[in-house]
Design a protein around this ligand. Structure first.
Ligand code: DX5
Ligand code: ZN
Length: 219
């Protein structure tokens, strides 16, 4: 029996003109974390939001803010996001030259540190870093946009990372992001995921549908 996964709605799929209300609505609908996708138009081919929006949302958020940084270089902005209220800060290894230093810095600033795997990134990146990481995020799409289809090729990577986490004996969250639907959520949890990010699958249908959408992801 798999434990109940953490559900982290990605506000990328929310109504950007009503973000505070959207945050309150997904919380009321049962969201566990709030996933915030930060893009710079350079590391990924899209631009979204920065620390000022995270700060503006903080008073609305009663659940942890899970900030996914898709920016390069990433190091100069860590402090701004933690100060703005990020509880978890996740970075791509490709977004800076010293992953170990970056993860240590995130913890030093007082947040939990996450590493994100692009579809092409090998699990070995984390092999010598298991003590420095609180969360591992497997992308099941290429980062940059919501609404893409789940890449089934990443299920084997989730299984590999699950084994690495279990062998470490550490309490590391294994999160999946991209194309997560009620159907693919099951596959991720069966492969060993403990947290699921979903944008489209949570926000479709508007606020009256959020509770049912989140329940469907929990299975
Ligand atoms: C993409 C983001 C995802 C995205 C997921 O780069 O990291 O969090 O919002 O959107 P869906 O759930 O629509 O695939
Ligand atoms: Zn994300």
């Amino acid at each position: 029996m798999s434990p109940r996964p953490i559900i982290a709605p990605s506000i990328l799929a929310a109504d950007f003109a009503r973000l505070g209300e959207e945050v309150r609505a997904v919380q009321a609908a049962g969201a566990d974390w709030l996933h915030i996708d930060v893009m710079d138009g350079h590391f990924v081919p899209n631009i979204t939001l920065g620390p000022d929006i995270v700060r503006a949302l903080k008073p609305h958020a009663t659940i942890p803010m899970d900030v996914h940084l898709m920016i390069a270089p990433v190091d100069p902005f860590l402090e701004a996001f933690v100060e703005a209220g990020a509880d978890i800060v996740s970075v791509h290894p490709e977004s800076g030259p010293h992953l170990n230093r970056t993860l240590k810095r995130i913890r030093q600033l007082g947040a939990r540190a996450g590493v994100v795997f692009n579809p092409s990134t090998s699990p070995s990146v984390i092999e010598w870093m298991m003590d420095e990481v609180d969360l591992i995020l497997v992308m099941s799409i290429n980062p940059g946009f919501g609404g893409q289809s789940f890449m089934h090729s990443q299920l084997a990577k989730i299984e590999t990372l699950r084994r690495m986490i279990d062998a470490s004996g550490r309490d590391i969250v294994l999160e999946v992001d991209g194309g997560v639907t009620a159907e693919t959520a099951r596959l991720c949890v069966d492969a060993g995921a403990t947290a699921l990010v979903a944008g489209t699958a949570v926000f479709r249908g508007g606020p009256q549908a959020y509770a049912a959408n989140i329940a469907a992801l929990r299975g």
